[in-house]
Write a protein that binds this ligand. Structure first.
Ligand code: PEP
Length: 245
């Protein structure tokens, strides 16, 4: 049985005042079985921890090295030290803005696991790749090369985020979401066996809102969502959590 997960990615949004929204989410979302996670900017993780109640806290990236001369970067152990339970890796904005490859994402994943963090590994096709009928090839490649061999359902979550759906208001059909999620599930089961492959949670991400969440959560192999814009305000995020419960 996979525990449902509602994960919020605040991206580069939020100063200390934003923690009021986190507190409101924590106060109103504790009644269901779904796990709730907020990934604020790293500057807020420590303060967030003391105001998040049962809501888990995560980072949005970590360096592939455990420590060292990497000015401006953060290690997985640093995130863990200030209260993070999770880290998002390979978000399409990192793959684009910082030219992150799947090999680098895999290296970061190993470092995150070594520090005791759970990794949410993001994969997804661009619009031109979908239009060229390459979606499953891209997803298969990213899945194979972004995830280390010693994955387990306790430490890995995979987020399917079509790049063209992130922050655009465009959402794939439920048929398209189901096709990709079933494909990812089969890929994980083929590689890791049905026990481990069947226990990894699969999130859909890309313009999830209160108005479309229930429909998306009803799709096979969708175990929750990775939510950007609609996770910034409790009024938007709490109904998404409710749809999962
Ligand atoms: C995201 O950033 O992972 C995301 C899914 O953003 P949005 O919900 O705003 O599309």
């Amino acid at each position: 049985m996979r525990t449902k997960l509602a994960a919020g990615n605040w991206k580069m949004n939020g100063t200390m005042a934003a923690l009021d929204a986190l507190e409101a989410i924590a106060e109103t979302s504790v009644n269901g079985p779904a796990e709730v996670l907020i990934c604020p900017p790293a500057t807020l993780i420590h303060a967030a921890r003391s105001r998040s109640g049962t809501v888990a806290i995560g980072g949005q990236d970590c360096h592939a090295a455990a420590s060292g001369a990497h000015t401006g970067d953060l290690s997985a152990a640093m995130l863990k030290d200030v209260g993070a339970d999770y880290v998002i890796l390979g978000h399409s904005e990192r793959r684009t803005d910082h030219e992150e490859t799947s090999a680098l994402v895999q290296a970061k994943c190993r470092t995150a696991w070594a520090a005791g963090l759970k990794a949410i590994v993001c994969i997804g096709e661009t619009l031109s790749e979908r239009d060229a009928d390459k979606t499953l090839d891209i997803i298969g490649d990213q899945l194979a090369s972004s995830i280390p061999d010693d994955a387990t359902g306790d430490k890995l979550v995979v987020a399917y985020e079509p790049v063209w759906a992130i922050g655009t208001g465009k959402v794939p059909t439920t048929g398209q979401i189901g096709e990709v999620h079933d494909f990812i599930r089969r890929g994980l089961e083929d590689r890791f066996g049905t026990g481990i492959g069947g226990s990894v949670r699969l999130l859909y991400g890309g313009s999830v809102k209160a108005t479309n969440a229930a429909e998306i959560f009803a799709v096979s192999n969708v175990d929750g969502a990775l939510v950007g814009g609609a996770s910034l305000k409790a009024a938007d995020f709490v109904p998404i959590i409710a749809a999962l419960n």
